[in-house]
Design a protein around this ligand. Structure first.
Ligand code: ZN
Length: 216
């Protein structure tokens, strides 16, 4: 598994500082469980951040809890590599509590032709939410802009948009200025873990009309 797309360093820093709402923190933790390079990047950022804090004379952060989390993520990454794809053991540790019955028990909601979603959790701010997005092979997610940050982690399958090919473990970290139209690669469904801050805004007239019906 080669992971080519990583979170923005600012997002990683916010994660490290505990400043992310639960939906975002869960996407980042799940990505880190799948990506050794991601964990390395986080450690580097924390080393830099710690050094900056020391120069500024601020109190250093307690790191014991973080170390324990990292150890757990390391263990989980090993199982993720060994486990065969597309079974429940393959659900990374930070995601398992949202999917107690595994992927088979997910109750999908039809969201459009070839597209389904399933809500997993809401942030305490009442706006951000964590959800699964499933796009059938060859189908496209309607072109859309974002009302806020959108973090997408690919769990299985792959999609392509103007930023390139996104496959298992890759993360797309988009802010409100980005508009894009992901198209699932031909073949198996593309299943993503998504955190969104506000409603997605679809561009087409038909999609705008349908949006309130599907609550997306
Ligand atoms: Zn998007």
């Amino acid at each position: 598994m080669t992971i080519n797309h990583h979170p923005d360093p600012a997002t990683l820093m916010a994660f490290s500082a505990g400043a992310l709402e639960e939906p975002y923190a869960t996407v980042i933790a799940t990505h880190l469980a799948m990506s050794e390079a991601g964990r390395r990047a986080l450690r580097q950022l924390e080393t830099i951040g710690g050094a900056l804090l020391e120069t500024e004379g601020a109190a250093p952060m307690a790191s014991g809890a973080l170390d324990r989390l990292m150890d757990r993520l390391d263990d989980d990454a090993e199982t993720a590599v060994i486990a065969p794809a597309a079974n429940d053991n393959d659900i990374p540790l930070p995601l398992r509590r949202y999917l107690p019955g595994g992927m088979e028990a997910v109750r999908w909601k039809w969201t459009g032709p070839g597209v389904a979603t399933a809500d997993l959790a809401w942030g305490r701010d009442g706006k951000s939410r964590l959800m699964l997005l499933r796009v059938a092979g060859g189908r496209q997610v309607p072109e859309h802009g974002h009302g806020g940050q959108e973090l997408t982690l690919i769990l299985s399958g792959a999609y392509r948009d103007r930023f390139g090919l996104f496959a298992r473990g890759d993360i797309a970290d988009h802010d409100e200025d980005v508009e894009h139209q992901p198209i699932a690669e031909p073949g198996p469904d593309c299943i993503c873990l998504v955190a969104v801050d506000a409603r997605l805004t679809f561009r087409g007239r038909l999609m705008r009309a349908l949006q309130p019906l599907f609550g997306i």
